[in-house]
Design a protein around this ligand. Structure first.
Ligand code: PMP
Length: 370
């Protein structure tokens, strides 16, 4: 029993998300939330969905989330996406969990970058899937050539684009090469942060247009970041109908209601307010460029970022010390104790005022101990 128990505990080592402390007055730049509120239309939609007395909550939600799926499809007018090509879940983490349940071949390894979203190896461990972690190159970039060997024997490939926590973006052509090289296995691209690149909405470098030609490509998206709805838990996958049907089959067996009424109403309203979406993503991108400049001015080495966070190290100051010193000043950022990146800090982009407060605090810290 004790061996069974220790193996079980090992297998069930969870993915650990960033802290959500309940302290007031914190500058919270540790979990890549959006610093701006969601569209005002979200609040109105939530009120409307609840009605006068919330009696509607007696009733189960729409098992197909029809309205939300139709609205998601409308976001990709050039790609001809239909609701049958969309799967929705409680945040993209839940969507990814369904990918592991429905699409991964548990007797063949998963390929993923060695520095990437830690959810993927945690889920491999849960299912006993061999996780082959391919090193990023010297610039912290995913080298697609390292994933192309057709004889890799792998059962699936998952990577985030832009990658997390590095923030670097691969061009659509790399995603296409990857999916074409492995036509018989799912290639899953997690685009949690993709909306924070591209000058205009039409220029957001998503791989969704490739879906039409690539039956093995699955794109994962979330409303947690660029739509400021982390608290409502809405994520989705886009792929050709057979992949989506596989996800639906698993979901239907365990919980046939993918999202609650409020998530469906609030998510739909957020997606429809294109002006608010564009305004807030631009504001984040602008603050990001300001913050990168400010940190470089303090001698930080900062990777280029296509996301709502930056990844930076100081050549002379210890990352754990900087993170602790910021915390003492009520500023939370993320520090990963993983080999090769233990001297890096991941900092979510805040409002302009939060970015200025962070830059001031970092200036005080590096100048005090320098
Ligand atoms: N993918 C990546 C790369 C992430 O960083 C996150 C956020 N931790 C997620 C997916 C999950 O986001 P959510 O479940 O809020 O949609």
């Amino acid at each position: 029993m004790s061996q069974f128990w220790s193996q079980t505990v090992h297998r069930l080592t969870p993915y650990v998300p960033g802290e959500q402390p309940a302290l007031p007055g914190l500058i919270k730049l540790n979990t890549n939330e959006n610093p701006y509120p969601p569209s005002p239309a979200v609040l109105a939609a939530l009120h409307e969905a609840l009605g006068e007395d919330a009696a509607v909550l007696r009733l189960y939600p729409d098992p197909e989330a029809t309205l939300l799926k139709a609205t998601i499809a409308e976001q990709f007018p050039a790609s001809g996406i239909t609701p049958a090509q969309i799967f929705v879940g409680n945040g993209s983490d839940e969507v990814l969990a369904h990918v592991f349940m429905a699409l991964l071949q548990h007797d063949r390894p998963l390929l993923t970058p060695d520095i990437g979203y830690s959810f993927y190896p945690a889920y491999c461990q849960l299912y006993g899937i061999d996780c082959v972690r391919i090193p990023l190159d010297d610039e912290f970039t995913v080298r697609i050539d390292d994933y192309l060997a057709p004889q890799c024997g792998c059962g699936a490939i998952i990577l985030a684009n832009p990658n997390a926590p590095t923030g670097r973006l691969l061009p659509q052509s790399d995603i296409e090469r990857l999916a074409r090289a492995h036509p018989d296995i799912p290639v899953v691209i997690d685009e949690a942060y993709i909306d924070f690149s591209g000058e205009t909405i039409a220029e957001i470098p998503t791989a969704v247009p490739l879906i039409k030609h690539l039956p093995n490509l699955l794109i994962i998206r979330t409303l947690s970041k660029s739509y400021s709805l982390a608290g409502l838990r809405i994520g989705y996958a886009i792929g050709q109908a057979p992949l989506i049907e596989a996800l639906d089959r698993v979901k239907n067996s365990f919980n046939s209601y993918p999202l609650d009424r409020l998530a469906i109403a609030g998510g739909t309203a957020a997606l429809r307010d294109r002006a608010h979406f564009d305004m807030t993503r631009r504001a984040v991108m602008q603050s990001r460029e300001w913050l990168i400049g400010a940190l470089r001015g303090l001698d930080f080495e900062v990777l280029p970022s296509a996301t709502n966070f930056i990844f930076a190290r100081h050549p002379r100051h210890d990352a754990a010390h900087i993170a602790a010193s910021l915390r003492a000043r009520h500023i939370l950022i993320r520090h990963f104790k993983q080999p090769r990146i233990e001297q890096y800090l991941r900092i979510s982009i805040g409002t302009d005022a939060q970015c200025r407060a962070l830059a001031d605090a970092l200036s005080a810290i590096v100048n005090a101990s320098g």
